[in-house]
Design a protein around this ligand. Structure first.
Ligand code: UD1
Length: 425
């Protein structure tokens, strides 16, 4: 990054998105897969790793522990090689965990590989409390002693053993942490009520390539037979389904026509169904999605749920779409307790949204008007970008570092689709 901090995004709205862009590798698959490198002393050679702030933060965290990382210069391949031959310090400090909750994903692999770990408690974040009790409960069942002192999780074990773990609720990183820990445990671990997200399956596929014995990933019952040692592997990270869905929602809201290449349509059923309900014409090949929206979108209600339900990470973007749709929609957020902050900012752009508890009632308006708004979290920022693209006049979004956490080359991709966007100091 370097130089002057360009913290704002200026969007001149009112143009339909039109063109072709390629989808980047999935942030939420790349982060756990990078942590899987902690499980072996060999090289893990990854491709399709997105160039994002969160990936850089994870790289920094792993490097502090002694992982040797190399980023290939070849942008087309987006390669990264990780080697955790000598782990010097199995600690995840507060200053890094605070900026990225996914840092908790080092916990399982560190215990499995080093027998101990010290990881800062993530604490609250803008979208809710997000505790890690399920991660800890599972690790304890596998033979870890855990204490929480001075804001840090201290974990220690002489050897992890397999266990039958029934998770109280569906947790994505919780499932990933326990699955990684179980790969090197003695005996069989069964994870019940496991997350079925495609990113969990992608991590499992990478672990299997490293020599792990895993069955059932992608279902709610995962069975892991522990092995003594994992090897290095080559692995390509899956396409980002949330980035894909964000561009599709933006195209639908702006009444545009786009094609996304390098996508994975089969991971986007719930989103594509809702876009079709909104009136978009959607066509897929195994690795591309085309969308065309003629006329004004129709309001669509969504209820967020664990995969294969409608993703909470797509909720904010659909609120922006509904804000300019014809009709009234009801959006229910079932995963996080405080994930409607974008509604207030969308209102500044002229949206008509009433919030009660975890429900938002969105009455579509004819037009949004540009204004200055503030990004509060990653997906909230994406909804403001969509709103800015369809609003009349100029929208300035402040604090766009949130977007850099999860959207690779956002301005470049939007410009390629004909949008007028520019970073400002
Ligand atoms: C992951 C995704 C995030 C997405 C979320 C839900 C990554 C890096 N991040 O986050 O983008 O929004 O899934 O799809 O993959 N919970 C507990 N106890 C726990 C763990 C979770 O109560 O031990 C609760 C959370 O507070 C939340 C719900 O479970 O209400 C789901 O959270 P979880 O699936 O764990 O989210 P993350 O894995 O943090």
């Amino acid at each position: 990054m370097g130089g002057r901090k360009l913290n704002k995004l200026l969007i001149k709205g009112g143009r339909p998105l039109d063109g072709v862009v390629s989808v980047s590798g999935a942030k939420n698959a790349a982060l756990p897969i990078m942590c899987a490198s902690l499980l072996t002393a060999d090289h893990l050679a990854l491709t399709n790793v997105p160039r994002l702030m969160d990936v850089a933060t994870m790289a920094k965290l792993l490097a502090q522990m002694g992982v040797l990382l190399e980023r290939s210069e070849d942008c087309d391949e987006s390669g990264m090689t990780l080697r955790a031959e000598n782990l010097v310090d199995p600690t995840a400090p507060y200053d890094l965990v605070r900026t990225m909750r996914a840092s908790i994903l080092v916990l399982g692999p560190l215990i499995a590989r080093c027998g101990r770990a010290k990881v800062s408690l993530p604490g609250g974040c803008a979208i809710g409390q997000r505790p890690v009790d399920q991660h800890l409960k599972g690790l304890v069942a596998m033979g870890t002693n855990i204490s929480v002192e001075h804001g840090y999780i201290h974990a220690e074990t002489s050897r992890l053993h397999g266990a039958r773990i029934l998770m109280d609720l569906v947790t994505v990183t919780g499932t990933e942490n326990l699955m990684m820990a179980a790969t090197l445990a003695e005996g069989t671990t069964i994870l019940e009520n496991a997350a079925r997200e495609p990113e969990v399956l992608d991590l499992a596929n990478c672990l299997v390539a490293m020599g792990a014995k895993i069955e059932g990933a992608g279902t709610d019952l995962i069975r892991i037979n522990g092995v003594k040692k994992l090897n290095g592997a080559k692995y390509s990270v899956m396409p980002d389904r949330i980035e894909t869905g964000t561009y599709l929602a933006a195209a639908a809201a702006s009444r545009g026509r786009i094609r996304l290449t390098g996508a994975s349509p089969r991971t986007l059923d719930a989103t594509l169904q809702k876009l079709r309900e909104a009136g978009a014409k959607v066509e897929c090949t195994p690795d591309s999605i085309s969308l065309e929206m003629q006329g004004r979108p129709t309001a669509v209600g969504v209820r967020t749920a664990p995969y294969p339900g409608f993703a909470t990470d797509m909720q904010a973007q659909f609120m922006a779409l509904d804000a300019v749709a014809s009709g009234t929609s009801v959006i229910t957020e079932n995963i996080f307790e405080n994930r409607f902050m974008h509604a207030l900012e969308l209102q500044r752009l002229g949206a008509d949204i009433a919030i009660q508890g975890n429900t938002a009632v969105v009455r579509g308006v004819d037009k949004l008007q540009g204004a200055t708004v503030m990004a509060t979290d990653l997906r909230a920022s994406a909804s403001l970008v969509i709103a800015g693209l369809v609003a009349e006049g100029e929208t300035i979004i402040d604090r766009i570092y949130h977007l850099d956490r999860g959207y690779e080359s956002l301005e470049k991709k939007l410009s390629a689709l004909g949008a007028r966007v520019q970073r400002l100091a």
